[in-house]
Design a protein. Structure first.
Length: 169
């Protein structure tokens, strides 16, 4: 029964990867004006939140443009950070060696193909810089995962060396 459970978990992990890749593809298939409108909506929400918390601040057109760029590029990084984590998890469950490195490589390749795909979408185009931004998001996620793993290992080894038990008995 445990074998079936692992197979099911593995299948679900890969299905999540495919689903997230489809989400990225659909987001990239949006024409430039639609994508820009989404970014504008996020910026308006952020500004409204800022106004509610800190009071109204007038932004210059240059500052507003910079904020929209940061929102768009931050979304790229977040999409690929999630993809890297999902891929790494699925690869680890599948018994692959070095799942973080492999996940990062898959993210790089998928980012490049995603940019190629955008060359066929109205108002959009391929950008090598976006491939680097996407890959940086994946790399940050894998770095954070590595740091968390080391911290957990360190905490476990400290507990074991002190002879602590989970219940303090």
């Amino acid at each position: 029964m445990e074998h079936l459970s692992l197979r099911l978990r593995r299948g679900m992990a890969w299905a999540l990867c495919i689903g997230w890749m489809a989400f990225i593809f659909l987001m990239s298939a949006m024409p430039g004006d639609v994508s820009g409108a989404q970014s504008g909506t996020v910026v308006r929400i952020l500004l409204a939140l800022h106004d509610a918390l800190f009071g109204h601040a007038e932004l210059s057109p240059q500052a507003l443009s910079l904020l929209e760029t940061l929102v768009r590029k931050g979304a790229h990084m977040a999409e690929y950070a999630v993809l890297a984590l999902l891929l790494c998890h699925a690869m680890r469950l599948s018994g692959m060696k070095r799942p973080a490195r492999r996940a990062l490589l898959v993210c790089l390749v998928y980012a490049a193909t995603d940019e190629f795909h955008q060359s066929f979408v109205g108002g959009r185009g391929p950008s090598p810089v976006d491939v680097m931004i996407d890959t940086a998001g994946a790399a940050l996620a894998m770095a954070a995962r590595g740091i968390i793993k080391k911290l957990r290992r360190s905490a476990r080894s400290e507990e074991g060396s002190r002879g602590d038990t989970p219940c303090g008995v």
